[in-house]
Design a protein around this ligand. Structure first.
Ligand SMILES: [Fe+2]
Length: 194
């Protein structure tokens, strides 16, 4: 069975105090699980049965099927964009590329923070590989770089359900915690090298 809720890569309490177990329990256990359950229902008995959420998100036309596939994939990618040992500075070839395309890791962090704080409404902010260069991308609602031929390296979920229990309307505090303490640079570097 291809459409199933993938396990969280860490326990629900592992990102505290930056993201609480309560947020993870709702965000993963209700929101992410809900997208996966709806996707399983929508694909049963169709040509999409047997494809992964990422494959469906890259190929389905706009609509409910795309929205649920993209949200299933985006959330799994978001969990794998963070680590309990995250934050700090990127290394290796990714660090060199960030210096080249943003000026410095600090300049990248500032640009990511600005994009995530100013994103209007629900959506996602990404670091993507676009050809040989890196840039920040932002997508509305369920939309995903997979549907636009881009290679995502990391993402932050800026839907209110990602931070409201912990930070209420203070999105900037959530974004700051993500940027300073949670980014899994090792995972992003691995995707960059692929
Ligand atoms: Fe979310």
């Amino acid at each position: 069975m291809t459409i199933a809720l993938p396990p969280l890569p860490y326990p629900e309490h592992a990102l505290a105090p930056h993201i609480s177990a309560r947020t993870l329990s709702f965000h993963y256990g209700r929101h992410h699980a809900g997208y996966v359950a709806r996707l399983a229902k929508l694909t049963a008995g169709t040509d999409y049965e047997g494809l992964t959420p990422g494959e469906i998100a890259a190929s389905a036309p706009p609509g409910t099927l795309f929205d649920n596939a993209a949200q299933a994939w985006n959330h799994d990618f978001y969990w794998h964009s963070m680590s309990p040992d995250g934050g700090g500075d990127p290394g290796g070839a990714l660090a060199t590329a960030l210096d080249r395309d943003f000026g410095s890791a600090d300049a990248f962090r500032a640009e990511l923070t600005a994009a995530a704080c100013s994103k209007f409404g629900s959506g996602w902010v990404w670091l993507v590989k676009d050809g040989s260069g890196l840039r920040i991308d932002s997508t509305d609602n369920a939309d995903t770089p997979l549907a636009h031929g881009l290679t995502p390296l990391l993402t932050i979920d800026v839907w209110e359900h990602a931070y409201y229990l912990d930070y209420q309307n203070d999105r900037a505090a959530y974004v700051d915690a993500f940027v300073e303490h949670l980014i899994d640079w090792e995972a992003a570097a691995g995707r960059f090298a692929d």
